[in-house]
Design a protein around this ligand. Structure first.
Ligand code: SF4
Length: 289
């Protein structure tokens, strides 16, 4: 395991760039709910997990769909998307971390073929020739009225002539069954909250599951998003309390078998590194004074 690049330490840099300021994201908030120790190891200790085939597929497809909208509407076809994928893959495959994910040429070719199939699935759920996005791959940062800094990366924002906004996120993994849609709804509410705080409450949020050709839609209501904001603020309060105590307890859960930091978990005979006080101070500045 390795830690993230420390070349600019947020605790010593005289004027930290905005990107180094701590903020709570949807995925980290969910992670904390699942297991506070896992959250701590990723956010406070900056343990970076190596790329996997699934993350490589996600990165590749997101970059293709971002580039696709650079072309005139009539040219946004499956063929064009597959061409972009070819050139993007050329660049990405130079990365030794990505190259090492495959045993040999045939293994790589089979992964690439399944990635192309997932990309083709996009055209079953949307017609990009009829869309003109207002934003793509947008990083949104907002501070709640309670002072908690939030951050998210939104794949696409569409704006209707009426001004109504739609937030769209592409998913390359499996679509959740109705019993397990909680995480997806959490993410959509989080995006709605970010938009509400920075622009306007979106009329619609959608997760596009490309492989399954499914779309999960939620039309946010202001009262629901207000309650969600309170949930997030309370969640941040719990993280703050753990940080001040210096204790982020492990919580066994159904995803432990897939946990990338399990080797450092006391429930599995591991030992977490000592807590770095400066990193705790940095984390606590998520709440803006
Ligand atoms: S193995 Fe399970 S309990 Fe341990 S850190 Fe990972 S998610 Fe948490």
């Amino acid at each position: 395991m390795r830690t993230a690049d420390d070349s600019v330490d947020p605790m010593t840099a005289p004027s930290p760039a905005p990107s180094r300021l701590p903020a709570l994201s949807a995925s980290r908030a969910k992670e904390y709910q699942r297991c506070p120790l896992q959250y701590r190891l990723h956010v406070v200790d900056r343990i970076v997990e190596p790329a996997t085939r699934a993350t490589a597929m996600g990165t590749l497809i997101h970059s293709v769909l971002e580039d696709l909208f650079d072309f005139p509407a009539v040219e946004r076809t499956d063929e064009r998307a597959q061409e972009i994928l070819g050139s993007r893959w050329e660049q990405m495959s130079q990365d030794p971390g990505v190259a090492s994910l495959f045993e040999d040429d045939s293994d790589r070719a089979s992964w690439l073929a399944s990635t192309r199939e997932v990309l083709a699935g996009y055209f079953r759920v949307e017609d990009p020739t009829r869309l003109e996005p207002a934003a793509r791959e947008e990083r949104i940062e907002a501070v709640t009225p309670e002072g908690v800094r939030l951050r998210g990366f939104v794949d696409r924002i569409d704006a209707a002539p009426t001004g109504a906004l739609r937030v769209v996120d592409y998913k390359t993994g499996k679509a959740p069954s109705p019993r397990f849609q909680d995480e997806a709804l959490f993410q959509m509410r989080f995006y709605a909250l970010l938009l509400q705080l920075t622009r306007a409450l979106p009329a619609r949020t959608q997760l596009l599951y490309l492989k399954a050709g499914q779309v999960l839609t939620m039309d946010p209501r202001a009262d629901d998003i207000d309650r969600f904001r309170q949930r997030i603020v309370d969640l941040w309060g719990s993280i703050e309390a753990d940080a001040r105590r210096g204790e982020f307890p492990p919580r066994r859960n159904p995803l432990c078998n897939w946990c990338g930091v399990r080797a450092l978990c006391p429930l599995f005979e591991g030992t977490p590194p000592p807590l770095d006080e400066r990193r705790i101070e940095w984390l606590l500045s998520t709440r803006v004074a």
